[in-house]
Design a protein around this ligand. Structure first.
Ligand SMILES: [Zn+2]
Length: 339
């Protein structure tokens, strides 16, 4: 979660929701997966504990009008008429969205949207950042001369520190270099029990296309989360940016039905460049979501809409969502910068 999201949550914990209600605007909120048992929060950082998520879902049902994404044009056109409207979204396409999330949200009657990274649905290959965390944690002590880094990666001692430092170097890579690095990491881990590790962390396995179709048939809106789960940042080349947007839409449309919505992987200021949102627009999407906090209104660029990342637990969700509008000035500055 970004700094702004954390500030809004802390303020929300201090202020009563009734007081904030007049401030509220419509908003989009998102999560990733939900697990029966998150036994390793460092590696399973994308997943909510089931009980915590149930409480969030219940608060959404009781405090807000949770709407399907088809209502978005109407909400953007007249946000004041939709102060309590929330759009609920899940990113990436984890297998537990079918086994755990769908039954829960169905039982509460909450509509939601799933943004999938289509290459992972095609191949089953895990998220590159998850693989990097797995590598930094479980590769044996040693020096790893990865081709895309000037200095070898040294793994010894505190793996928590090593993971943080490694991710700082890994995430700015372009997609081609990231893929190459993933291959190198997988080659090392293959000799050190990768298949057992993937079994242990089933939480991070992806849906396949039959699963996605099953969700679509239950009424879940399917959107695109790029082809590969990788940032669409300034370091990326124009061809890859176009392909990330276009390929995801083509895959969803050939497997399911027309796809009009996009969410940027990671989606914060360092992860989305001007060429990225233009590529998303040019690929034919009508709306795209970032992960900057804010409320939805007609002044925003439709390909750079705000979205709030739900924390592991949200005891003051009604206040927090009412305060999201505080992020709008920063969002507007960023949109101007990317224009
Ligand atoms: Zn994601």
């Amino acid at each position: 979660m970004g700094l702004h999201g954390r500030i809004v949550r802390q303020l929300g914990a201090r202020l009563p929701s009734a007081l904030l209600r007049p401030l509220a605007g419509p908003a989009a909120v998102f999560f990733h997966g939900v697990e029966l048992n998150v036994f390793d929060p460092d590696l399973q950082s994308n997943h909510h504990q089931i009980q915590d998520f149930y409480e969030i879902a219940l608060a959404l049902k009781l405090e807000f009008d949770v709407a399907p994404l088809s209502a978005l044009p109407d909400v953007l056109a007249s946000p004041r008429r939709h102060r309590r409207t929330v759009f609920l979204m899940s990113d990436d396409g984890y297998a537990n969205t079918l086994s755990v999330v769908a039954p829960m949200l169905d039982s509460l009657g909450l509509p939601w949207t799933l943004f999938i990274s289509t290459e992972h649905i095609d191949s089953g290959l895990r998220n590159p950042i998850f693989l990097a965390r797995l590598f930094a944690r479980y590769a044996p002590d040693g020096r790893y001369p990865l081709r895309c880094f000037r200095d070898p990666l040294v793994l010894a001692g505190s793996r928590r520190y090593a993971t943080r430092e490694f991710l700082k170097r890994f995430r700015p890579l372009g997609l081609d270099e990231a893929r190459e690095t993933v291959q190198e990491m997988v080659a090392v881990l293959n000799k050190h029990g990768l298949s057992e590790l993937l079994m242990r962390y089933q939480s991070d396995s992806f849906l396949n296309w039959d699963d996605v179709r099953a969700l679509a048939q239950r009424g879940v809106t399917i959107g695109a989360h790029a082809h590969c789960h990788w940032p669409m940042h300034e370091q990326e080349n124009p061809y890859n940016l176009r392909q990330q947007a276009l390929r995801a839409r083509q895959r969803i449309e050939s497997e399911i039905w027309p796809c009009r919505h996009f969410a940027y992987p990671f989606g914060n200021t360092a992860d989305v460049c001007a060429r990225a949102w233009q590529a998303v627009r040019d690929a034919g999407y009508e709306y795209a979501f970032t992960t900057l906090s804010g409320s939805l209104d007609r002044s925003t660029n439709p390909w750079l809409l705000p979205r709030y990342g739900l924390g592991p637990s949200e005891p003051n969700l009604a206040s927090t969502v009412s305060l999201l509008r505080l992020g709008n000035a920063r969002l507007a500055r960023w949109q101007r910068y990317l224009n």
